[in-house]
Design a protein around this ligand. Structure first.
Ligand SMILES: O=P(O)(O)OC[C@H]1O[C@H](O)[C@H](O)[C@@H](O)[C@@H]1O
Length: 621
């Protein structure tokens, strides 16, 4: 058996002749997905496996589990390798110029189903055509839906919109160039130029920029980016601490379409406090991206921030990556935003065909409908086999779930629609939950994102004779796809050549359109988010109750002697006896942050506690 050191040593001392495949210790696909009959030949077999042969090797007992798939649906799952190959070839979508493929062969939709769906698709294509012409495609908010115009301004229904798009893009490019070149620089920084970006925003004002930064930022970007995308004080402190003295050379981009999102506003106030404490003038390093005349826009204008860029009411947060929201942060990191727009535009054009099998977005929508019965009966597990695409599923969670997850359809019927998205990256996720996907509850279909280029040209390295790390990643993807399918788990595979601005732009556009088409198929408005408002309103009520609790405790704490109160007494004095549980939670949170004192009893037995404030607040609460 080769010595362990031989296996771990670098290629310079590692001699292939010392390596005998029979002693393989580290390549064992059986560990993650399937049980090969004879492990000693494991390595030989691994290098000869083809998806079809993997399916054949599964012991019959494992491959016929019927769980969560109707008999009718099982019919569509071909198992004969020759038939599968034919289906693969017949349905393979290729976008030649983008080098992008969509493989739907492992989704079992039948020809009858495709035929039956044709009228719905034609209606969806018509709706999409009207949308791009400027129809009120978001009727609940009385808005047009114009994110496709961002990468093809001449599509915009009015020349004023076209000018706004073109002028904004030009302003973003110029501003980014001026910052990167040092023409625009911070007032007091040793480097004499901006070195970091701190993006403050949440939801669609963060997820796109975060996904793109992870996917495309070079190893040494002109400006390194950090994100504050929540109102967690410790998280905010961490980002500011990580910047340290670089705060003086940090450009703070505050992104909020509405200009009033509490978390973003809190992040801004916290960052401005950090600037004050560092003796820095925030206005000389602040940029706002928001709707014109929003609270944020007016603040930035009045305080004289460095720059302001507009967001348009006809671009939703979750489809704003191709607006200033995504383009400015990307450009400041040295990412080619024109290429991102070009990739998206090419994909949009491909998605305008009304022939389903030639329309990649329609193919995805067809698969989603089949796999989840048009009601979200199965989740979509997104598995990019590429580290740089780690955040793609988080990005898709908002794009898909905030668009499709609706209570009512366009006719006012209660439908509680949705399509759940989760996943991180392969092959990593194989070591986390693929066990359940392969053998557990059958409540999902998978989407593999395959990237063919493993490393930049000239950088590849064989860690074993004829085998690279990328081959392992490729093998794991294909092995997992086969192992899932062998157990009737369906999957889609989207393949790109490499992770580039163009391919990322195309992926964003592909899924934006797939969501729009799917929403038409299930008759819902994909472009509003009423459910989010409910949460925001409820949060406001909690804060209002907290203020009343503080007032009541303060009165009692300013007495001589201090009058500790029971929960019932606090609730009664707040005139909110029905909110006693929330009052208890508010007090427990305050006590945990040294803002209230549990004078008697403990939070573990709520009825026992008596509480007062640590200090009497003289000012008006
Ligand atoms: O960009 P903002 O107006 O701050 O909104 C940020 C986010 O707020 C809400 O959660 C919406 O549901 C999202 O669609 C939006 O992206």
């Amino acid at each position: 058996m080769a010595s362990i050191s031989g296996l771990y040593s670098s290629s310079s001392t590692f001699k292939p002749e010392n390596f005998t495949p029979k002693s393989t210790l580290f390549f064992s696909p059986s560990r993650d997905s399937i049980s090969f009959p004879n492990r000693s030949k494991l390595f030989d077999r691994a290098s000869t496996l083809s998806p079809q042969s993997v399916a054949r090797d599964i012991p019959a007992s494992l491959s016929s589990t019927n769980d969560g798939l109707s008999k009718e649906k099982k019919k569509g799952l071909l198992k004969n390798p020759r038939e599968l190959w034919r289906r693969y070839v017949d349905w393979l979508y290729q976008h030649k110029e983008l080098g992008l493929y969509v493989d739907v062969s492992r989704i079992g939709f039948t020809d009858e189903f495709v035929e039956e769906m044709e009228p719905k698709f034609q209606a969806a294509f018509k709706a999409m055509e009207e949308l791009e012409k400027g129809s009120m495609a978001n009727p609940d908010e009385g808005r047009m839906v114009g994110h496709y115009w961002l990468r093809n301004p001449k599509l915009a229904p009015k020349s004023i919109l076209r000018s706004q798009i073109e002028n904004t893009l030009e302003a973003v490019c110029k501003f980014a160039d001026d910052v990167v070149s040092g023409k625009i620089k911070p007032p007091s920084s040793p480097e004499g130029r901006f070195t970091h970006v701190l993006s403050v925003g949440i939801g669609g004002s963060a997820l796109g920029p975060q996904f793109v930064a992870e996917a495309l930022a070079p190893d040494n970007p002109p400006l390194k980016i950090r994100f504050i995308d929540n109102t967690d004080p410790a998280g905010i402190d961490h980002q500011i601490a990580q910047l340290g003295p670089e705060l003086a050379s940090t450009l703070v981009i505050v992104i909020s379409k509405s200009g009033g999102t509490p978390e973003t506003r809190n992040g801004l106030l916290e960052v401005q406090k950090a600037f004050r404490e560092a003796g820095l003038d925030f206005s000389k390093q602040g940029v706002a991206i928001t709707q014109e005349n929003s609270l944020l826009d007016n603040t930035a204008r009045i305080e004289g921030w460095v720059a302001r860029f507009p967001m348009f009411d006809w671009v939703g947060g979750r489809t704003s990556e191709m607006s200033a929201v995504g383009l400015l942060p990307a450009a400041l990191q040295g990412i080619d935003i024109k290429e991102m727009l070009a990739g998206a535009s090419l994909m949009d054009e491909a998605n305008r065909t009304t022939v389903v099998r030639n329309n990649p977005a329609a193919l995805l929508a067809l698969c989603w409908y089949w796999a989840s019965d048009g009601v979200g009966s199965k989740d979509m597990v997104v598995l990019p086999y590429k580290d740089s695409l780690l955040l793609f599923s988080r990005y898709l969670q908002q794009l898909v779930m905030e668009s499709i997850g609706k209570e009512f359809d366009l006719d006012g019927n209660r439908v509680n629609q949705g399509l759940t998205v989760y996943g991180n990256k392969g092959s990593t996720d194989q070591h986390a939950y693929i066990q359940q996907l392969r053998e557990g509850v059958h409540n999902f279909f998978a989407t593999f994102i395959e990237v063919l280029r493993d490393r930049p040209p000239g950088h590849d390295w064989e860690l074993e004779p004829g085998v690279t790390c990328g081959d392992y990643l490729f093998g794991m993807l294909q092995g997992t796809r086969s192992a899932l399918y062998a157990n009737d788990r369906e999957s889609i595979t989207v393949t790109v050549q490499d992770v580039t601005p163009r391919s990322v732009g195309a992926l964003v556009a592909l899924y934006e359109r797939a969501v729009g088409i799917y929403a038409s198929l299930v008759n819902i408005n994909a472009y509003h988010q009423p459910g989010v408002e409910a949460g925001k309103k409820a949060a406001g009520e909690v804060l209002a109750l907290q203020k009343r609790v503080l007032q009541v405790l303060n009165e009692a704490s300013c007495k001589e002697p201090v009058e500790p109160l029971t929960l019932d007494e606090v609730a009664e004095r707040c005139h909110a006896p029905e909110d006693i549980e929330m009052i208890y939670k508010i007090i427990a949170h305050m006590a945990a942050n040294d803002r209230a004192l549990i004078a008697e009893g403990s939070c573990g037995s709520p009825r026992s506690i008596k509480v007062f404030l640590l200090e009497c607040i003289v000012d008006e609460i």
